[in-house]
Design a protein around this ligand. Structure first.
Ligand code: DCM
Length: 130
């Protein structure tokens, strides 16, 4: 069983979202950025590495948010809260990033602009922002 870890990065009361470019089903939709946990890594360590690679930011990973979401038979997705320690996100794999408050997050979810797996965490994420 492999895990993908996604980060709910909060700074100044806003949540960081990143726009996917692949695969076609979810290209153009917004997600909590992250990636696969490698063998021997902790979830938090994997998140900190992935966000440095993908966005050039330093974050401190925290507690799990919401429930784990099965992606495939052999892959599940978990979200961790994270605080921005240093840097300004500059996407290398995503097409854009944005910072949203709870209202903007809910509007994007209602418009179907979030990756489906991440939409499961809407109330958990909105709760962190209010
Ligand atoms: N994924 C997701 N939500 C996220 C991050 C990733 O649903 N916040 C999914 C998309 C892919 C898988 O996890 O199916 C692996 O992600 P990646 O391609 O970014 O490594």
């Amino acid at each position: 069983m492999r895990e993908v870890v996604a980060g709910a990065v909060i700074s100044a009361g806003r949540l960081l979202l990143a726009r996917r470019t692949y695969p076609p089903e979810v290209a153009g939709l917004w997600e909590l950025p992250g990636g696969k946990v490698e063998p021997g890594e902790t979830r938090g360590g994997a998140l900190e590495r992935e966000l440095a690679e993908e966005l050039g930011i330093e974050v401190a990973a925290g507690e799990q948010i919401g429930v784990g979401v099965p992606l495939r038979e052999d892959l599940s997705l978990v979200a961790l809260a994270a605080t921005l320690v240093a840097g300004d996100p500059r996407p290398t794999e995503h097409s854009a990033v944005c910072w949203v408050d709870a209202d903007a997050l809910r509007q994007m979810a209602a418009a179907g602009e979030l990756v489906p797996a991440d939409a499961v965490w809407l109330d958990d994420l909105a709760g962190l922002l209010t």
